[in-house]
Design a protein around this ligand. Sequence first.
Ligand code: PLP
Length: 347
Amino acid sequence: VAAFEREFAHLHGAAHGVAVTSCTTALHLALLALGIGPGDEVVLPSFTWIATANAVEYVGARPVLCDVDPRTYNLDPDLLAARITPRTRAVIPVHLFGLCAPMEEILSLCRPRGIAVVEDAACASGASARGRMAGTFGEVGCFSFHPRKVITTGEGGMCLTGDEGLAGRLRMLRNHGAAVAEEDRHRGPRPFQLPEFPVLGYNYRMTDLQGAVGLAQLRKLPALLAERRRRAAWYRERLAALPWLATPAAPDGFGHTWQSFVCRVDESRAPLSRDGIMEALEARGIASRPGTHAVHLQAYYVRKYGFRPEDFPASLSCQRETIALPLHSRMDDADFQRVAAALDALP
Ligand SMILES: Cc1ncc(COP(=O)(O)O)c(C=O)c1O
């Protein structure tokens, strides 16, 4: 685990890596380590995997949703300022599907106000924006190694931070709140002495078995990213002629991971509805999925905060219109041709 932490942090240009059990637990610990809790507000995009919002609920803070830019699927910085109040303690930009959120704009809003930035970089191992790596813009960057990600440890996650104090708190919190890490205790002069537990902690430790897998995966990351970038460029060109399908944005200066290749279906021009298209592809043995969901439509959040579908119109349309097409390093030319031909041939 220690070696995986070092190499992952080094690859991203971060001083400290703290490996945990998932990105969800990474986000939970990041908010705890920053001292965020009841009475605080945390702003996050309304179009994201539900874990981003759930982490805010775990610490008893209030998740304040902000709509996204439907071209990038990321936080719309023009809407962010209006979501900030005197109670805002943190913003969680999400680098959704592997494209970095507009960090310059987000940081320029947060920094002068003393608002912490926790990056949800679940999809963004190896992503970059204008020469800087994902997970190193804010106070903490949180990554996922779930099997759907570009590199995986089965399940797993990592916090990156440049702040030594935060790294120490994250390490303590992931290990039951112990004042001394297990390795240090066993190596030290009194290995028989149990540590003090000054804070309420958790067992969010990554196992060494996962760390070993992570190290092996990390060595493949450059090749995996290059392959995904090549395939995404091919898709974007090959599918450009379909007037009803908007392929994902790939802004200049952004190193996308293409964890997912998420398009938008314009149902007013498409031969079938988005769901009809997914069904037709499935019938031909081609798996597709919605991009992700809108948090403000999920029952727990509707019940607790009374959100209405129209509160975040871009997120609502992204939930309804997005489709992730198959993209994987083990797919060959014929597989990609087959997906494109199936889209051409829709009734
Ligand atoms: C944007 C985003 N945030 C958080 C998570 C949660 O990651 P994990 O499954 O490692 O807890 C995911 C997982 O898919 C995600 O896509």
